[in-house]
Structure formats: C-alpha cells, structure tokens
Design a protein around this ligand. Structure first.
Ligand code: 3H9
Length: 642
C-alpha cells in the first residue's frame, strides 16, 4: 500500500509509504485524494496527521513520470483538496521535504518538523519551477527574499531556519509522530496558506540582489530566471491567477530540452555504481593513509577527515610533513568556517602525520598523491607493498599514468586501484574509479562504498592515458588548437564556449592550470611514440618562450593587473603557424566543431570499453569538467538533438 490511514482516537494518521523517497507518483496522488474524501466524510475524525514511512517525507513529484503526459488527479488538485478540507491537516516532516513534498506540506494547515529535517524547492535544478503552488504558498509563509532564494536557488534550508522563517510551526522535541499527534489533539482551526497575505520583502534590495546573483550564476540555464518571474507573480497576482500561471510554466518547462537534459543527468548520476561487484561485501575502512601532502594529497586527507575517517599523512621529510599538515589544517578550518564541518577538533584529532611508511602498518587504504611521474609512483608503491597489511587497498590518484603498470609492482596487484580525485578534492563531486585488469571484486566494492561515504559521484573507468575525462578534454584542446590554425583567435574560442555554458574557456583554463603541465605530458608522450610531434605546435612555442600562463603573466593571454587580455604576440605566433588562409568561423561553428570532437572521443572510449556507458561519460563531463549541466552532457545532447 502506498498510503495507509490509521486511527489514533479521533486523529487519523495518513501515512505515505512509497520507497525509496516517497515520491508522489500517480498512485500516491490518487490515494491522498481518497484519504481526503474519507477523512472529510467521517465525523469521528477531528484532525489528520500526514506522515511518511521510511527515511524521508515526500522528496518531490515522481520525476520518472515526467516524460509522459500528466495523469489525473494532478498534484495541485490534491493539495487544493487538502487545503480546502474542514478537518485540520498537520504535516509531520522528517528527512527531506522537497519540491512537491514541501508543496503538500504547505497545503496542510500546520507543519511540525523533526529538528534534522530539511525543506526546499529544488525544481529549478531540474530545469523546472514548482508546479503545485510552491511559488504562491511559500511567500505567504516566509519573506520574499528567502522565497526567491529557495525557489530560484533550489537549495534546501534546515528545520531550524524553517522554524525561524515561519515555514514550519514547531520542531518536535522527541518522537515526531507523537509531537504531531499531540499538536493535532488540540484540534486547531484549519489555517489555509492561500488565505494568508504575502509576507513581503524584509529588505527591498536583498530580493533583487539574490535574484540577480542567481541569474548571473545560471550559466545558460533558463529555469533560474523563469523561477524568479514565477515567484514575482506569486508575490503580486491574486493566488488563483498566480497558481494557473505557475502550472502553465511548469508544464511547458517539463518538456523543454533543458529539463530533459537535467533529468537525464539526475538519473545518470545515480546509476554510475550499478555494477554486480558493488553488491558484494566491501572491506572495512577506518584508517586511511595519504602519501603526498601537496594540494591534492592534503585535499584528500581533509575530505576523509571531514567524513569521519582517521588519516595518516606521509611526506618525505619533516619540513614537507609540516607543510602538508598545515594545508590540511587550513582546509579543515576553511570548511568549518563555511559550515561544511561541524566538529573541527574531532576531525583534527583523527589526523596524524609521519615520514615513514611504517606509520601505515594499520591503514586499510592508502591513496598516493605524489608527483605525476611513473618512476616516483612505482617507488612509492614498492614502499607501500612492504609496509602495509597484505589486504590493505593501495590506490593511486594519478590523472594519466597507466594504473596496470603501477599495480604490477605489487606482490598482489589485485589490491591496486585508481582513485582520480579532482581538485579541490573536498569540494569537487566527481571521482573516477580506475579499474586495473587484476583488481579484486571486493576492492571495487570498497572503492564504490568509499565514493558514496565521501559524498562523491563515483564513475568507473578502464585504464588508458587520461581515463574518461582527461581523454575527452585532450580532444577539446586539440580541436581548439586546430580552430586557431583555421582562423579563430583564442579569445573567440573561449567566448564561444562560455556562451555555450562552460564556466571558462579552454585557453583561459590552460593559463590558469599552467601550460607547462600539458607540455611536459606532450614531451613524455612524444618520447613514448604516442604523439607524432606535430600537435600543439603553438602551445609548444609559447612554452619554449616561458609563457606558462597566469603564473608567468602571459600564456594564451597577456595579463594586465591580473586581467586576461588578448595578446598581440600570441596572435603573431598563431599567424606564423597558420599554413592556410584564415577561415571565417562563427560562434556556432566553433561550438559545433568542439562538440563534434568531444563526441568522437567519447565514442572511442565506449568502443575501447574504457567507459561503461554514454551516461557515465555525461556524468564525468558535467561533474568534473564544467560541461553545462542543463545539456545533459555531451552524449545525451548529441542523441537528443539539443
Ligand atoms: C517536483 O517535485 C515538481 C513539483 O513541484 C510539481 C509536480 C506537479 N522521483 O539521491 P538518492 C530516487 S520535481 C523519482 O540516491 P539520497 C533516485 O533515483 C522533484 N525518483 O538518495 C534513487 O533511485 P535508485 C523535486 C527519485 O539519500 C533513489 O530515489 N524533488 C526522486 O542521496 C535514492 O535517491 C527533487 O528534485 C524523485 N523525485 O538523496 C528531489 N528522488 O535507488 C530529488 C530520488 O533507483 N531527490 N529518487 O537509484 C533528491 O534530491 C535526493 O534523491 C534526496 C535523497 C535528497 C531526496
């Protein structure tokens, strides 16, 4: 049963039970409608508590139904029926009351929340606006500034913030259901949210500032600006009119390319670890070793500490240990200041550092994040092989190197795996889990579990030079280089890709990272015979001149007071390297050539079996490399034609 009705004296408890997140499916909508009819027609029922079984209150409409036309009863009608009821409805909120879930709660006459609950309207993140009254009821409960932040920003708020703002009436001190029942026993008069006046703006400038900020960060995602407009209508129009407009906007956005793209990536992100090996018992992980205390190593160490693990950081000498430990401390403090870490002292107490691998004797997993050089990595792995427990997992954070080769220096290569984190490791969502040929099944299971417990989106990749993401980005760089030879300027390529929705252009990105990194790699690949020597000749020339990017005040751009400016010198170098007449290239030409190159590389990754699915490639590009999320990723947008 998706919805049950139980009597507790004169109180009816209507309980939704639709695992995993109590999404409002058609069956739930119908059952809620029936529950309203039943409770309204039963004179013995004095009040209704609406609660949910399992881990959460309703987390939204069932997104899986969004590709089909809506079927009656529609959610706005269900909510209208609850709100119109003569029997008071009290919502008991726990877990995450999101989207349609919060809209149902706002249609109830009162709301009691578990102190750990969170509430939000994340529809905008799915390319939508709330479609069941969220933009009309929310501003009647909370200030317009908070309402715009929630509707157009999509981030949930805590139960405490919801109480302070007026979104919930009380927090449960003990058991949530008990508290809701006790409240319902008082038989409060139905208080209908739509009958309340809008709360209005606390500060006339705050609303505009929040809206402008969210619009600016939207990077081409249209639902953000549309959500602000919908909320403005909720603030100003008569409720019935605002509700009708909101519903029409929701329905038209639901079938838009952007919403389809965002839905695709939402489900693709949740399917990346679907592999039989992730179902088996993982190895226990409590103590993590990290070798290398540079930016990446310190970031990984901090992340593990923030997620409750114990960490021992290894560096080659006392000075480096000290510097690494300071980086960890600074990252933890920064995270605590930003509210991402509650127990700074507890996390720091779980941190140790040493110069000797013997300190890793009890480690369950060691992640090396040392200099990107095969001989250095092999030396580290040989040292770890001798110092660690035989069943400890040994992981490399390499971005490019052959993980099979690294694994081969172990007596038991089945315990080696690649864990390719992205910098800053405690922030970036993506984790490429690189599977060498000999990896043990339970090592795969453990890496998948770790990825989840670290809050990452883990994607499996086969072993190749650069794995999924860097391979595709290399094709982006190469096509961008070809565009220069054909007639585009770096600033034109960057502007086109920024207009498309990338946060930064490829040449700006290279200037930021340092051109010397890719140069070193090209030299290595040429020495290995993997490159012909003819590629990236413009970049080579810039590197030969010492133009490594921002850090040398010049790369693809010149930097004046830290601001990038097109460089006449670079234009001259490009002109000299062009062997044909300049072609006129529009922004569309540039974007479609680059997307074409990305997709060809993605196809190659699928053919070679490096990526398991096109969806995984989309997830990697969106979460690790700035590919605009609303496109659904390069592969989805290719076949969906958007
Ligand atoms: C909306 O409400 C529109 C309304 O305004 C108007 C309507 C008329 N539907 O994330 P997890 C599945 S729009 C269907 O791994 P967590 C998910 O696919 C919606 N399925 O768990 C996964 O399935 P599987 C507004 C959903 O604990 C499983 O649940 N709401 C939905 O890390 C577990 O998910 C949102 O945007 C859904 N709505 O996080 C909320 N949600 O096990 C979206 C989840 O087969 N959801 N699933 O892989 C979330 O943000 C997170 O899932 C949540 C739990 C925080 C709830």
């Amino acid at each position: 049963m998706t919805v049950t009705l139980q009597r507790h004296g004169a109180i009816a408890v209507v309980r939704i039970d639709n695992p995993p997140v109590n999404a409002v499916s058609h069956a739930v909508r119908q059952a809620l409608m029936d529950a309203v009819a039943q409770t309204e027609s039963d004179a013995k029922i004095g009040a209704v508590v609406l609660a949910c079984a399992g881990r959460t209150f309703v987390a939204g409409a069932d997104v899986k139904e969004f590709d089909a036309p809506p079927v009656e009863p529609h959610l706005p009608d269900v909510i209208a029926a609850i709100e119109a009821a003569d029997t008071p409805w009290v919502a008991a909120l726990h877990g995450t009351a999101l989207g349609g879930g919060l809209e149902i709660a706002m249609g109830c006459h009162y709301r009691i929340a578990d102190p750990k609950a969170r509430m939000g309207l994340p529809e905008v993140t799915l390319g939508l606006v709330p479609g069941a009254g969220g933009t009309v009821r929310l501003p009647r409960l909370v200030s317009a500034d908070l309402a715009v932040a929630m509707v157009a920003g999509g981030k949930p708020i805590t139960a405490r913030a919801a109480l302070d703002a007026g979104l919930v009436d009380a927090l449960a001190e003990g058991d949530l259901l008990e508290a809701a029942l006790a409240f319902a026993e008082t038989r409060p008069e139905p208080r209908r949210t739509l009958d309340l006046p809008v709360v209005g703006k606390t500060d006339p400038e705050a609303f505009d500032k929040i809206a402008a900020n969210l619009r600016r960060k939207a990077r081409g995602q249209s639902s953000v600006a549309i959500a602000v407009e919908a909320l403005e209508r909720g603030l100003t129009l008569p409720p019935a009119e605002a509700l009708a407009e909101e519903r029409a906007t929701f329905l038209s956005l639901k079938t838009s390319d952007q919403a389809r793209g965002l839905r695709h990536i939402f489900f693709a992100e949740r399917a990346t670890l679907a592999d039989p090996r992730t179902k088996i018992e993982p190895r226990a992980l409590t103590h993590i070793g990290v070798v290398g205390g540079g930016t990446m190593g310190a970031g990984i160490a901090s992340l593990c500490l923030m997620r409750g693990l114990s960490v021992t950081l290894i560096e080659r000498d006392d000075v480096s240990v000290e510097a690494g430990a300071e980086r960890v401390r600074a990252t933890l403090e920064g995270s605590a200041n930003r509210g991402l870490l509650n127990d700074l002292d507890g996390a720091w107490a779980r941190f140790q550092s040493a110069t000797d691998y013997n300190a890793l004797a009890e480690a369950d997993l060691v992640i090396e994040a040392v200099f990107e050089d095969m001989s250095v990595k092999k030396e580290v792995f040989a040292g770890l092989d001798a110092a660690t427990k035989p069943d400890a997992i040994l992981a490399t954070n390499t971005s490019y190197l052959d993980v099979n080769d690294i694994a081969a220096c172990l007596k038991d290569p089945s315990r080696a795996i690649g864990l390719h984190f992205f910098s800053p490791a405690h922030i970036m969502k993506l984790l490429e889990i690189v599977l060498p040929d000999a990896v043990a099944d339970d090592v795969v299971a453990t890496a998948a579990r770790l990825s989840k417990s670290l809050g990452k989106i883990g994607v499996f990749s086969g072993v190749c030079d650069g794995f999924i993401g860097n391979r595709i980005m290399s094709s982006y760089r190469s096509e961008a280089d070809r565009l220069l030879l054909d007639g585009a300027w770096p600033s034109e390529v960057d502007a086109a890709m920024r207009t498309f929705g990338f946060p930064m252009g490829i040449f700006e990105m290279q200037d930021l990272a340092g051109l010397d990194i890719a140069w070193a790699m090209r030299k290595r690949r040429r020495a290995e015979g993997k490159l012909t020597g003819n590629e990236s000749r413009i970049a080579d020339r810039l590197c030969e001149e010492g133009r490594f990017g921002r850090k040398t005040n010049g790369g693809w751009y010149d930097y004046v007071d830290g601001r990038a400016q097109p460089s006449q010198h670079v234009a001259k170098v490009i002109d000299e390297e062009r062997d044909a007449e300049r072609m006129a290239l529009s922004q569309d030409d540039i974007v479609s050539r680059i997307l074409g190159a990305l997709r060809r590389e993605a196809e190659a990754l699928l053919e070679e079996g490096i990526a398991r699915s096109a969806d995984d490639i989309d997830v990697v590009m969106v979460n690790g490399y700035g590919f605009p999320r609303w496109t659904g990723g390069p592969m989805f947008s290719a076949w969906s034609g958007s």
